[in-house]
Design a protein around this ligand. Structure first.
Ligand SMILES: C[S@@+](CC[C@H](N)C(=O)[O-])C[C@H]1O[C@@H](n2cnc3c(N)ncnc32)[C@H](O)[C@@H]1O
Length: 342
């Protein structure tokens, strides 16, 4: 567990959360000293690395903060207006571990789940490429949609590019670099639906709290984007069903007069090999059914290698049918902002 905390502390520092970096180092020291962290995490000693125990713990405590159940600690959490001071916050964090151990422990059983609104920077650009090729109605279908926030991507605003409705509660700032996607034809999304094996409802308090609790509290831009998208979700309906990617696609059909866009971001790695093969086969099958009136696009933002042996990059890749032509549109950071178009 100590190594897990140390590894995550470094990762948080590397990914622009110095606050969590320092707090997790305190947790690691406390574990070594047999302090309250050991009681809170008892029974998780053999949890596998990918279960992300450190992030479960931080998410659980953040949830208490967001829920106003840890008012003293909240004064250090920027997500609720506090001042990030990891050195000063450790005493308050430790106190929460001591006094609220029974509240934290059940929350550790839930895996971290996020819905990264910044990844819409890739989606919007990809949809603009599709619309440049085939102007007209788009059906947006997302696999691994989480809370479905990005099913509203056409309602987000990009600045300074001036794409999307002015006044949107979601503003993606400096989201695009490189050769900009074609922006002269507006997006026309007529259907928004997705699937997830563990969907979250962005219109419930629980769903909103869960999504927010796994965003690192000193990452203002991510939090702002998330909060804007949660507001939008209350106004723009979208459906996310509880289903695997395989089952969702099996039931998906093309529709005349539209382009069906199957989109996913940072989801492919969660599908086992058999499900990936089934999803691929179904996309090819739908592709064969596509024609000039009922078109298909597959848009993905996933870590991939361009060629065997090359480095992994988060690539934005578009395939379109009829034809099945595939094109790398650009690369992205893990959270989507910035996306660099080629
Ligand atoms: C890292 S999250 C990404 C969520 C969202 N695409 C985003 O970019 O914010 C991966 C999502 O895939 C979902 N997932 C995992 N396995 C899945 C499967 N077999 N079919 C559909 N969704 C799956 C998870 O529940 C989770 O919401």
């Amino acid at each position: 567990m100590v190594l897990n905390m140390r590894w995550q502390a470094t990762a948080c520092r590397d990914m622009a959360s110095p606050f969590y970096g320092r707090l997790l180092d305190h947790v690691a020291d406390d574990l070594l000293a047999g302090g309250p962290s050991a009681d809170v995490l008892a029974g998780h000693e053999d949890d596998p690395g990918p279960s992300a125990l450190a992030l479960r713990l931080m998410g659980a405590v953040h949830r208490l903060v967001l829920d106003r159940r840890a008012p003293e600690l909240a004064t250090f959490y920027p997500s609720v207006g506090g001042t990030a001071d990891a050195r000063g916050s450790w005493a308050a964090f430790r106190e929460v571990l001591v006094k609220q151990c029974a509240e934290i422990r059940p929350l550790l059983d839930t895996p971290p789940q996020t819905n990264e609104v910044g990844r819409a920077a890739c989606l919007i650009g990809g949809l603009l490429h599709v619309t440049a090729r085939w102007p007209g109605p788009l059906r947006l279908c997302e696999i691994g949609a989480s809370a479905g926030l990005n099913l509203r991507a056409d309602q987000f605003r990009l600045e300074p590019d001036g794409v999307g409705p002015a006044g949107s509660p979601v503003v993606l700032v400096d989201a695009w670099q490189g050769r900009r996607p074609p922006v002269d034809r507006p997006l026309q999304v007529v259907e928004r639906r997705g699937c997830d094996v563990a969907p979250l409802d962005p219109c419930t308090t629980d769903g909103r709290l869960r999504l927010t609790s796994y965003v690192w509290p000193d990452q203002h831009a991510r939090l702002e984007r998330l909060r804007g998208a949660l507001d939008l979700a209350a106004r723009v309906p979208a459906t996310v069903v509880r289903a695997s990617a395989r089952d969702f696609l099996r039931d998906l059909q093309l529709a005349p007069g539209t382009t069906t866009v199957v989109w996913h971001s940072i989801t492919w790695q969660y599908l086992d090999l058999a499900e990936r093969a089934d999803v691929e086969a179904r996309l090819r099958d739908l592709g064969e059914q596509a024609g000039p009136d009922a078109r298909l696009a597959h848009l993905a933002m996933e870590p991939r290698r361009r060629t065997p042996g090359s480095d992994r990059e988060v690539l934005v890749v578009l395939r379109i049918w009829p034809g099945g032509e595939e094109r790398v549109l650009g690369t992205a950071s893990a959270h989507g902002v910035p996306t660099t178009w080629e």
